[in-house]
Structures are given as structure tokens and as C-alpha cells.
Design a protein around this ligand. Structure first.
Ligand code: AMP
Length: 135
């Protein structure tokens, strides 16, 4: 637990939340500023800043809960689909430094989230990037 973390305060009940799912290790609650109806945030109860800090041993339970909540949302909100988003570090748009996944229900044609423009690159470019990643 972190004393200053908003999500730790939600876990402790110091800040109210609309809980979608809870077990001993995981909490899912409605995002206070939803992108679409039912936008939900899923967090481990232990405080980890980014996904790189999430211990291997906690991954299975976390992803199992994430899938369960996504399935609940898809079915009960009759969503046509959903996005799962996860931001790590400020540069990637992470505002709350407590590892979390967003589940964003989607309806056909809602236009809520789109990929930004993608690069047109050649095979040599990809080969060089691959070398860099694997170095
Ligand atoms: P991120 O930008 O990935 O760190 O997302 C943090 C998310 O937490 C944002 O979508 C916020 O709207 C959401 N959020 C912040 N404070 C609260 C809160 N008290 N209750 C519910 N959601 C929150």
C-alpha cells in the first residue's frame, strides 16, 4: 500500500468507488470519467507502479479476474466489443501510478477510440528495430 496513491485509498475505502468486482487480490471499479458506458478499471490490491513491477506469481490471478470482468461487462451491457488498455509511465499517459487495466465497452460505430495514424515502413526498418529490441 502507498499512503499517497488514489487507488490504494479506494482499496482502503478512504475514497468511494463503484465496485464491479472484488476478491482478495483484485478490485474492479467504474472509471470516474468514463470513455464509454461501463468503462472499468481493474487493479491488483498490492501497489505496483507499472506492469513491469507485477510479480510473475500474481499474473495468472490478475488476468483471470480481468477476463472475468471483461466477460461480465460484454454480456450484461450487451456490448458489441471492448478495448483493454494499459498505460505505463507518464510518457504513455499513465496518470495514476498504480498498475491498472482499462476495460472500455464498445458499440458498433461509436467511434470512441481509434489508433493514431500508423507509419508506412519497409522491411529493412522493421529488421533494424527487431535487432534493437533483441540486443
Ligand atoms: P491512466 O491514465 O491509465 O493512469 O488512468 C487513470 C484512470 O483513473 C483515469 O481514466 C481516471 O479517470 C481514473 N480515475 C482517477 N481517479 C479515480 C477515482 N477516484 N475513481 C475512479 N476512477 C478514477
Amino acid at each position: 500500500m502507498s499512503e499517497t496513491c488514489i487507488f490504494c485509498k479506494i482499496i482502503k475505502g478512504e475514497i468511494p468507488s463503484k465496485k464491479v468486482f472484488e476478491n482478495e487480490e483484485i478490485l474492479a471499479f467504474l472509471d470516474i470519467n468514463p470513455i464509454t458506458k461501463g468503462h472499468t478499471v481493474v487493479i491488483p490490491k498490492n501497489h505496483y507502479e507499472t506492469i513491469l513491477d507485477l510479480p510473475e506469481g500474481e499474473m495468472q490471478k490478475f488476468f483471470s479476474a480481468l477476463k472475468k470482468v471483461a466477460s461480465m461487462i460484454k454480456k450484461n451491457l450487451d456490448a458489441d466489443g471492448f478495448n483493454i488498455l494499459q498505460n505505463n509511465f507518464k510518457a504513455a499517459g499513465q496518470e495514476v501510478p498504480h498498475m491498472h487495466f482499462h476495460i472500455i465497452p464498445r458499440m458498433e460505430g461509436d467511434g470512441a477510440i481509434k489508433f493514431p495514424p500508423q507509419m508506412d515502413v519497409d522491411s529493412e526498418y522493421l529488421e533494424n528495430v527487431l535487432k534493437e529490441i533483441k540486443s
